[in-house]
Design a protein around this ligand. Sequence first.
Ligand code: NI
Length: 226
Amino acid sequence: MLLHIPDVLSAEQVSACRKALDAAPWVDGRVTAGHQSARVKHNLQLPEDSPVARELGALILSALERNPLFLSAALPAKIFPPLFNCYREGQTFGVHVDNAVRQFRDTGFRIRTDLSVTLFLSSPDEYDGGELVIEDVFGPQRVKLPAGHLVLYPASSLHKVEPVTRGARIASFFWVQSMVRDDAARTLLFDLDTAIQQLNARNPEDPVAVQLTGVYHNLLRRWAEL
Ligand code: NI
């Protein structure tokens, strides 16, 4: 499933992030790249242990905890502390797949990357190019979202970032280990949850909604790994 989640951060939160990031110490993005991806990665990143990255990462994690669409779609068990990247004119990240397991450098915190997330922090009119292109069963999906919006997609997908030809593209990126590892099973649960919420909105007393809620939880009980 590839899902666009709007308005994860407010305009005020985006501008606070951008102010902090403008003054932050960017380094070569290859610091976190695997062997294959290092050859195609040309961008800037904040070091994992940068205080700015940790402070803004905490802001993003707390916004995600309050976002019902993210929680329903990702069913997160663990979230990697958000990282930050910047593509300036001419910078790009060629086709690659994200590492299956990521370890946070200092703490040893480790996750299996089921889902990849890109949270856009630049508005699309600030730069040209820079689309995130994700290979999907329906063909390549080109993603460029308003600042404060995110895209959630299976970390198993091949993906790339097109060269930026004007301006700068700033984003946060991170990974989620889901309670439901299998993308197809997780997508079924998300579809079922969405349908139940629509039934509940129409008639909160509907006994069918209660029955389907039971089905949802019993499937989750069957599939969840904590
Ligand atoms: Ni990637």
